[in-house]
Design a protein around this ligand. Structure first.
Ligand SMILES: O=C(O)CCC(=O)C(=O)O
Ligand SMILES: [Fe+2]
Length: 406
């Protein structure tokens, strides 16, 4: 049986009308996505999407597919604990404060999402709803109906397929009910980001559908925020790097052969760059693991990560700010999101006095003036995000990823 036909059956998509004639659907999907691909990677011809022919080798799908077929088994060298054996206090002491990653099992056991986030049901319930699958050159979201995206997931042969990454479920009326299918695990409920006025709140939740071979390229999360990520379907292979490592090193810049350094993807990194990094001795300590359905990853502030979807996956991830990362987040955020930061500070004063005083103290230490200080004096803002004229204690090594100034 052809590969795509077998996964159509495995996922129960064969019950839908359009999956009756797979040859026809395969052609339609190719046509449908031409324009989207051009928007997302304008410099790529259609052929270039499949250039390395990775789909012919790496096409594992079934949940529980042996990793060896896909990639070598990573060493699991991150602690793995069950939520029944990890109190919030122990989490704070052992992971949150030391800023160390951990895999927590069992947080999602009672979530409706464990049952209802599968391709057949999502196709049925949200097929007509538009989800984000990328951005064009000027940052405008590129969207597609979920049913079309799931068809693409089944049939595509792209080396690094487009990744459905939909932010801010709470802002879309049709998607709000997805929020009822999960809850923030007990470890991550202290979250200062929730006190923004809605208009200024930075993106904080993302619903992800990642076809096999798709992934998130090396980065750490915006504004030094921490994150949690739970898989509801399929496996993700994670590689982490410690926060003090340089971007050029973790990206393996010296091993890149393509002139265009931006052409690299998660799968390129995992297959071609990471092994060279290990050989070179540039990585002192390895952090690798596979996240399975139901596993929640705690990804602390500023930890670099590459994430490769080993099979077709569904996940939810949220960013958050709490006592452990607040200093880093505040220093990074106030500079890039200068208007939103004023709103945050105002709301701290109302809802969290201690935090407000903490932020003021940091400003004072750094001799930092907020944006509205300059506005009220009709003076220009001196601190563009790339400006070098920032306070000495200000962290200027922030890796710009997926965020723009306001
Ligand atoms: O692809 C993934 O699951 C990781 C997502 C991620 O790293 C992010 O949203 O910042
Ligand atoms: Fe991330």
């Amino acid at each position: 049986m052809p590969f795509d036909e077998s996964i159509v059956k495995a996922y129960g998509l064969d019950q839908f009308e359009e999956f009756q004639d797979l040859d026809l659907l395969r052609q339609q999907v190719k046509q449908n996505f031409k324009g989207k691909k051009k928007l997302i990677r304008p410099d790529f011809s259609e052929k270039e999407w499949e250039k390395a022919k990775l789909a012919s080798i790496y096409n594992s799908t079934e949940e529980g597919a042996p990793m060896g077929r896909y990639l070598t088994d990573p060493e699991e060298n991150i602690p793995r604990v069950h939520c029944d054996d990890l109190s919030v206090e122990d989490f704070i002491e052992n992971y949150q404060i030391p800023n160390k990653p951990v895999i927590i099992e069992g947080c999602a056991d009672d979530w409706p999402a464990m049952k209802s986030w599968n391709f057949k049901q999502l196709y049925d319930d949200f097929g007509e709803v538009d989800f984000e699958i990328g951005e064009d050159e000027i940052g405008t979201p590129v969207t597609v109906k979920l049913k079309e995206y799931l068809q693409y997931m089944v049939f595509n042969h792209d080396d690094s397929p487009m990744y459905l990454f939909h932010r801010n479920l709470h802002k879309c009326p049709e998607m709000k009910r997805l929020l009822e299918d999960y809850e923030v695990p007990k470890y991550f409920r202290e979250d200062y980001q929730q006190i923004f006025d809605e208009k200024y709140k930075p993106d904080y939740n993302w619903f992800l559908i990642g076809p096999r071979r798709s992934g998130s390229y090396v980065h750490y999360d915006p504004f030094s925020m921490s994150a949690w990520n739970t898989s509801l379907f399929g496996h993700k292979r994670w590689i982490l790097f410690e926060p003090d490592m340089d971007r050029a090193v973790v990206e393996g810049e010296e091993f890149k052969t393509d002139q265009n350094l931006d052409n690299y993807t998660a799968i390129d990194h995992v297959l071609n760059i990471y092994p060279k990094l290990l050989e070179s001795g540039l990585v002192k300590k390895k952090y690798e693991f596979v996240q399975k359905k139901g596993d929640t990853i705690f990804l602390p502030s500023k930890w670099w990560h590459v994430v490769l979807n080993v099979d077709d996956t569904i996940a939810i991830t949220q960013n958050f700010t709490n006592q452990a990362n607040f200093e880093k987040v505040w220093r990074s955020f106030r500079r890039t999101k200068k208007r939103s930061a004023c709103n945050w500070l105002r709301n701290m004063k109302i809802y969290n006095k201690d935090l407000y005083h903490q932020a003021l103290k940091l400003n004072e230490q750094d001799d930092y003036k907020m944006y509205d200080y300059y506005m009220s004096r009709n003076e220009p803002w001196p601190l563009s995000p790339t400006s070098s004229q920032t306070e000495s204690s200000e962290d200027l090594t922030d890796y710009e990823f997926d965020y723009s100034s306001d």
